[in-house]
Design a protein around this ligand. Structure first.
Ligand code: CP
Ligand code: NVA
Length: 305
C-alpha cells in the first residue's frame, strides 16, 4: 500500500518516533556533508491553493538535497483552478511524478487526491490539519527538552489546524496537553472526540493561565488563518488575552520553551518580547520543517523503511 501523510491522527507513536529518528539522522547528514540522495531522479508536484514561505521553500530545498526535483504548481496557474477535478488531477500527476504535496482548504480535497493518486500524497496544510508542521514541532521539542513523553504542552489561541494537529500529536506521543481558546473556537469536534481516549491527559480551558500552569512547551498561532481574512477584526476582539506574554511565561514551568509555526502577528497571539526571547527555538522549529519533511518524503516516496 502506498504511504501518504494526510493527518497526524493517522500516525501511531511508533510512526512518529520513527519519522523523527530519520529526520535527526538526515539533519546530521546534511550538517556534516554526508550524502543522502535518497530520492535521486524523483519528482514531487507541489500544489498550492494558499500562500506559503516555509512549506514551499523547505519542500523544494528538501527534494533538491535528496537528489530529486520539486515542481511548484499554483492552482491559479494549473487547470485545477479552472475547475479540473481533483480526481483527474490526481490521476494525471500520478503518471508524471513520484509524490504530491498539497496545500488547500478542505481536508476532504486532500483525502480525495490521495484516494485517486497512485503515488504518495503529503498534506502541506488544510483548514483541519498541518501534520508536517507538527512533526517539525515534535522534533524541536525533542531536541530542546530531550524527550516527549510526560511533558506538558499548552496551546493558546484559535482552535485551528495547528491546534488540531498539536493536540493529536502531543497526546499520541505521551504528553499532557492543555488548550486555551475562547468558547466557540475550540479545536475541531473530531479532535475533541479523539482526545477523549486519553482521559485527563487532555483538557480545554477558557482561562489562559489555568491552561499554562506548569507547562513545559507553550505554543500559539495566528488568530485569523488563511481564508479567514474577512473575520480578522472580529477575531482580534474575541481573541484579546489569548496571547503568550511574560505573565503567561511566569505561570509555565522554569525552562519552558515557546513554539510558533510562523508567520507571527506580534502583539496579537504573542508579544514581541517573548517572541524575541525564544527566537532561537522558534527558528529551530522553522528549520526543522526541512529535516522532518525530508524524512517524510524519504519514507513515503523512497526506499527508507
Ligand atoms: N508554518 C508554515 O506552514 O508556514 P508557511 O505558510 O510559510 O508555509
Ligand atoms: N493557522 C495558520 C497556519 C499557517 C502556517 C493558517 O492556516 O493560516
Amino acid at each position: 500500500m502506498k504511504k501518504d501523510l494526510l493527518k497526524i491522527t493517522d500516525l501511531s507513536c511508533e510512526d512518529i518516533t520513527h519519522i523523527l529518528d530519520v529526520a535527526d539522522q538526515l539533519k546530521y547528514n546534511q550538517k556534516h556533508g554526508i550524502p543522502h540522495r535518497l530520492l535521486e531522479g524523483k519528482t514531487l508536484a507541489m500544489i498550492f491553493q494558499k500562500s506559503s514561505t516555509r512549506t514551499r521553500v523547505s519542500f523544494d530545498v528538501g527534494m533538491f538535497q535528496l537528489g530529486g526535483h520539486a515542481m511548484f504548481l499554483s492552482t491559479a496557474d494549473i487547470q485545477m483552478g479552472r475547475g479540473e477535478s481533483i480526481r483527474d488531477t490526481a490521476r494525471v500527476l500520478s503518471r508524471y511524478c513520484d509524490g504530491i504535496m498539497i496545500r488547500t482548504y478542505g481536508q476532504d480535497e486532500v483525502e480525495e487526491l490521495a484516494e485517486y493518486a497512485t503515488i504518495p500524497v503529503i498534506n502541506g496544510l488544510t483548514d483541519y490539519s498541518h501534520p508536517c508542521q507538527v512533526l517539525a514541532d515534535l522534533m524541536t521539542i525533542r531536541e530542546h527538552q530531550k524527550t516527549l513523553e510526560g511533558l506538558h504542552m499548552c496551546y493558546i489561541g484559535d482552535g485551528n489546524n495547528m491546534a488540531n494537529s498539536l493536540v493529536a500529536g502531543g497526546l499520541i506521543t505521551g504528553m499532557k496537553v492543555t488548550c486555551a481558546t475562547p468558547k466557540g473556537y475550540e479545536p475541531d469536534p473530531q479532535i475533541l472526540d479523539f482526545a477523549k481516549k486519553y482521559g485527563d491527559k487532555f483538557s480545554w480551558h477558557e482561562d489562559v493561565m489555568e491552561a499554562a500552569r506548569g507547562a513545559d512547551i507553550l505554543v500559539t498561532d495566528v488568530w485569523a488563518s488563511m481564508g479567514q481574512e474577512e473575520e480578522r477584526e472580529e477575531r482580534a476582539r474575541i481573541f484579546q488575552g489569548y496571547q503568550i506574554n511574560e505573565a503567561v511565561m511566569q505561570t509555565a514551568n522554569k525552562g519552558a520553551i515557546v513554539l510558533h509555526c510562523l508567520p507571527a502577528h506580534k502583539g496579537e497571539e504573542i508579544t514581541e518580547d517573548v517572541f524575541e526571547k525564544y527566537a532561537d527555538c522558534i527558528f529551530d522549529e522553522a528549520e526543522n520543517r526541512l529535516h522532518a519533511q525530508k524524512a517524510v518524503m524519504a519514507i513515503c516516496m523512497g526506499e527508507t523503511k
